[in-house]
Design a protein around this ligand. Structure first.
Ligand SMILES: [Zn+2]
Length: 110
């Protein structure tokens, strides 16, 4: 297979690789510390250029925040990056599950 360049890794992070290559890159990452450090460099470059929420999204592939995190969101306490992610998750993605959870928490707090 062709060498894994930073461009390939960038495509990998953006889910822009065909399935076959994706699997090959994942295998290569598991086997190579050098490649993993290259990947973190690429991630850092991406983080600099883009909105943090997008970066968190790709880095963590986070889906739903925990109920504790929703509680902190309600109180506007905790890591601002996390709070911003939760806002994004609720308002931009409009996750119905978390919205219900948040409504429930609001009732408890009122
Ligand atoms: Zn959710």
């Amino acid at each position: 297979m062709s060498p894994i360049t930073p461009e390939v890794l960038r495509d990998y992070l953006h889910d822009a690789l065909p399935d076959g290559e994706l699997a090959a890159v994942e295998r290569a990452l598991r086997g190579s510390a050098e490649l993993r450090s290259l990947l973190s460099e690429v991630l850092e470059q991406e983080d600099r250029g883009e909105h943090t929420v997008g970066a968190i999204w790709r880095r963590e592939r986070v889906s739903c925040p925990t109920r504790d995190q929703l509680g902190s969101y309600l109180l506007e306490a905790g890591d601002p990056e996390v709070l911003e992610y939760i806002r994004f998750h609720l308002e931009e993605i409009g996750c119905p599950y978390c919205q219900a959870n948040l409504d429930d928490l609001k009732k408890l707090h009122s």
